[in-house]
Write a protein that binds this ligand. Structure first.
Ligand SMILES: [Zn+2]
Length: 421
């Protein structure tokens, strides 16, 4: 019988900074259980602190007078000492007109913050027994809106890594659940038939297919000349490196474009990066070469040779954002409509930047944005059929009408000639 060799050298792997954080007591603060024990007044106090930094003194949302307003315990609202208007802690915020109890709002928010790549709406509904799917859906949508309008703004500087990644869109869902390199029987047959054709006939057939794809709404990629489907989008990220060893990137900005071209990356850099005082780090993508000349320095890493070149020439932090975005699309949200892709990318950026904060702290930060960007532009009246009619792209907003049958009870009744059952 073999004796166990006790002197066998043990493999020791150094913990990464991320592991150290997740195993520490800093990784947890509050729980849903604790929120459940909070009174509605305690919730309002908490929300007031997150929104205004105080429960006693705050600006009136109607006239901006900042003083100690009259607080009414019965309905947990204030009456303005100057204009006499009544207001609650969610007045003039994305949650104005809310019917959800405060306790449930905070519990939803906590669970939303607990996800590392996102929080599926269906799961949220099941966990907290939200009466309708729309309640949970508009809640998560409004949280994202707060981040789009409050978090993903302003210029970043320093060493900025930039990268673009294909967002899955419709293309990925076609391949979902199929083995690697899967080809449908029709595709196999087609390639066998094509092998029998002469070169000229094959080229003619390809030209015909390309024309048909363009006629069906496809777009030509200016870099490769290939036709891509109308629903294809790319998510671009810009991340400021922290400079401290093992700490990765600290501030992230994101945007969505149709393809990786010089005009798209320039529009993004102009909106989010203080170009003259920054250093750009990218891969060798041709779209970045003109833009790079306007920075103090342009570091490029050739990804076909190495992942990290000398003197910090890499964009691995930008790649790590793309990895989380990919997990979010393929593992959590599954089928993000191109129209809302920007919102989801911003959510990922927020989660990535706050990856080393406990869920309660993350929730408070996200809530601060949601309570300080004014009323919702994207989700007010959503359940009554008022859907956002545009998408946010790097080069500006673009019209994008709602898909599917008409939304909302009145519109559906007009369309189908009867009330929905
Ligand atoms: Zn007032």
């Amino acid at each position: 019988m073999n004796k166990i060799d006790t002197k066998r050298p043990r493999v020791r792997r150094a913990s990464s900074e991320a592991t150290k954080f997740h195993m520490s007591s800093r990784a947890i603060d509050r729980s849903v259980e604790e929120y459940a024990a909070w009174s509605e007044k305690k919730c309002v106090k908490h929300l007031a602190h997150v929104r205004w930094g105080s429960f006693e003194t705050m600006p009136c949302p109607h006239c901006s007078t900042c003083t100690r307003h009259y607080f009414y315990e019965a309905d947990l609202r204030w009456k303005c000492k100057h204009c006499g208007s009544k207001f609650s802690v969610t007045s003039q915020t994305v949650f104005s007109g809310r019917k959800m109890p405060y306790r449930k709002l905070l519990a939803s928010l906590h669970l939303w913050a607990c996800g590392s790549a996102g929080q599926p709406t269906l799961e949220l509904r099941r966990m907290l027994k939200h009466k309708s799917y729309n309640t949970a859906f508009t809640f998560t949508g409004k949280m994202r809106e707060g981040l789009v309008r409050g978090f993903n703004t302003g210029l970043i500087s320093g060493v900025v890594e930039m990268d673009g990644a294909h967002a899955s869109g419709r293309r990925a869902s076609e391949k979902r659940g199929k083995p690697l390199n899967y080809r449908a029987p029709s595709e196999v047959l087609e390639s066998e038939e094509s092998a029998l054709l002469t070169t000229a006939a094959r080229q003619k057939k390809r030209r015909g297919e390309k024309a048909a794809a363009i006629a069906a709404g496809g777009k030509v990629d200016p870099n490769t000349g290939q036709v891509f489907p109308e629903t294809r989008r790319m998510v671009f990220t810009m991340r400021r490196r922290s400079g401290a060893k093992g700490q990765g990137a600290v501030i992230t900005r994101v945007g969505v474009g149709l393809s990786e071209t010089p005009d798209v990356v320039e529009a993004l850099a102009k909106s989010y990066v203080a170009i003259p005082e920054s250093v750009l780090a990218t891969d060798t993508g041709t779209a970045f070469s003109k833009l790079g000349k306007r920075f103090q320095l342009h570091m490029q890493v050739n990804h076909s040779e190495t992942l990290s070149g000398p003197d910090g020439a890499h964009n691995n932090n930008a790649e790590s954002f793309s990895a989380r975005q990919d997990r979010s699309e393929k593992g959590v949200y599954l089928n993000i409509e191109p129209k809302y892709l920007h919102d989801y990318a911003v959510e990922t950026a927020f989660r990535e930047d706050n990856r080393r904060k406990a869920p309660g702290a993350q929730a408070d930060l996200a809530l601060h944005h949601a309570l300080n960007v004014g009323e919702s532009h994207f989700w007010r009246g959503y359940t009554h059929g008022r859907h956002r009619g545009y998408e946010v792209l790097a080069t500006g907003t673009r019209s994008y009408p709602s898909s599917g049958p008409p939304k909302g009870v009145a519109q559906m009744a007009a369309h189908f000639g009867r009330l929905p059952r």
